[in-house]
Design a protein around this ligand. Structure first.
Ligand SMILES: Cc1cc2nc3c(=O)[nH]c(=O)nc-3n(C[C@H](O)[C@H](O)[C@H](O)COP(=O)(O)O)c2cc1C
Length: 437
């Protein structure tokens, strides 16, 4: 197979919210630097372009209580990434940081610092955060309406970029930002790194989220790993780019995915059966439905059909991410109920099936063949892998899948550059269409 296209990998290392990730004797814990060092160095051995950490500014809650089914508690992403910069050389270090609670001067400076200290390997995964409880940890309390979160995100990113650009003109260059939702006065605190500024990733799927990605992101971290879905998602985003003065190849697509691999297809299927059943317990399955239904469903039997009642729209309306809002929650609940009924699936079976949509299960060779189809379709530049188990989940990709992909000519055999921007194949800042006019 010859192709000029390539696929890349990032690792999205949540460390929390996944029931199986620390469950082996060799796993370590989410508080030990050693666990992170090992996973980042394994990813670097596999020539991954990026090591991502998610952000949670408050422990996850469910109806006002700590979500006790989660693995909870994670160290701050930027602190961990700064430490990892000293034990890695080429892999990008991407911090998920939200624009709803952070402040732009402070965050832009911290990201600039990570970018300088890692010699041009920093990335910022921009999120708006969609939950109701995080705001209670912050002075301003509450949280913004969905549309305002994206207005603030857009103003926030412009402000951060102005600060970074001013740094290129010299430390101390004055910057004044007076937008509706974002303002500060302050001299540029730092010079730029070797890649100019951190690479901008974006994760958020609503119409506003997509428009924001089209205007600002270098890479979109999507929730669309299925082939057909990935093709139509990329087409939608590429249609939006020209209106923002951007060329279609300036935005890269990295859907999140889980890989459960083994030497043979049947061995991989056995593993996947264990993983999905362990990840989706009867209680977890009920909890998966509850945010959509907006009510306590603990009386329902996970081995029975989906609830035949409609969601409580008032309780979930307005503030949450697009999936949870009013009409969409109603439609989603009805759609899920109908599709589970048509296939005769219980609640648990339905949730297992949904979670398997983002999971590649198979032998190394057959999954490599499937990835070649993605490469040929041109809708995916890389996959952001969430390992289901440390360390085996990533070892299988690096030692089993990557050699197969390299044999097929669709995976790099070395890092092409020293910065994250170079390794992702992004144009240098001065070469981007928006700067060329
Ligand atoms: C793939 C993906 C990863 C995300 N990771 C995080 C995260 O680590 N922390 C966070 O607060 N929000 C995260 N989010 C949530 C987004 O911040 C956003 O609030 C949510 O998707 C709702 O916006 P939307 O309606 O545009 O999708 C993520 C979203 C997606 C799609």
């Amino acid at each position: 197979m010859t192709t000029s296209r390539r696929i890349q990998f990032g690792v999205f290392f949540q460390g929390v919210n996944f029931g199986t990730i620390w469950s082996s004797d060799r796993s370590g814990s989410q508080y030990d630097f050693e666990s992170f060092r090992r996973i980042a160095q394994t990813a670097e051995r596999g020539l991954f372009s990026a090591f991502f950490l998610g952000e949670g500014l408050r422990l996850r809650e469910h109806f006002g209580r700590i979500h006790e089914l989660d693995i909870a508690g994670r160290p701050d992403a930027q602190t961990q990434l700064a430490a990892l910069a000293s034990v890695t050389e080429r892999i990008g270090l991407v911090a998920t940081q939200n624009t709803t609670y952070n402040d732009p001067y402070d965050l832009a400076k911290r990201l600039n610092s990570l970018d300088l200290l890692s010699e041009g390997r920093a990335g910022w995964n921009i999120v708006t955060t969609d939950n109701a409880w995080t705001g209670a940890n912050f002075r301003r309390g509450g949280y913004l309406e969905h549309a305002d979160r994206y207005r603030r995100a857009a103003q926030f990113v412009v402000a951060a970029q102005r600060l970074w650009d001013a740094g290129a003109d010299g430390v101390g260059t004055p910057v004044s930002v007076a937008d509706q939702l974002v303002s500060f006065e302050g001299p540029a605190p730092l010079p730029p790194s070797a890649q100019g500024r951190p690479v901008l990733f974006q994760a958020g799927d609503s119409d506003e989220g997509r428009e924001f990605a089209a205007s600002s992101a270098d890479v979109i971290f999507s929730a669309h790993p299925g082939l057909e879905d990935a093709i139509s998602f990329a087409a939608d985003l590429r249609r939006r780019l020209p209106a923002h003065g951007r060329a279609v190849d300036e935005l890269k697509f990295f859907p999140g995915a889980q890989f459960i691999l083994a030497a043979t297809d049947s061995e991989a299927r056995e593993k996947a059966d264990w993983v999905t059943r362990a990840q989706v317990s009867p209680q977890t399955a009920i909890r998966f439905l509850e945010p959509i239904w907006g009510r306590d469903l603990s009386e329902y039997d996970a081995n029975g059909p989906l609830p035949d009642i409609d969601p409580v729209v008032e309780e979930v309306d307005g503030q949450r991410g697009s999936l949870f809002q009013g009409r969409r929650a109603l439609e989603t609940a009805r759609e899920w109920r109908d599709s589970a009924a048509a296939e005769g699936l219980s609640i648990r079976e339905f949730v297992i099936k949904r979670s398997s949509l983002r999971t590649f299960v198979g032998g190394y060779s057959s999954i490599a063949d499937r990835i070649v189809q993605y490469v040929d379709a041109g809708a995916v530049d890389g996959f952001n892998v969430s390992p289901y188990l440390v360390p085996e989940g990533l070892d299988d990709i690096v030692d089993g899948l990557i050699p197969e992909l390299q044999e097929r000519g669709v995976y790099p055999t070395e890092y092409v550059g020293s910065t994250l921007r170079e390794n992702l194949g992004l144009p240098a800042l001065g070469e981007r269409a928006e700067f060329a006019a």
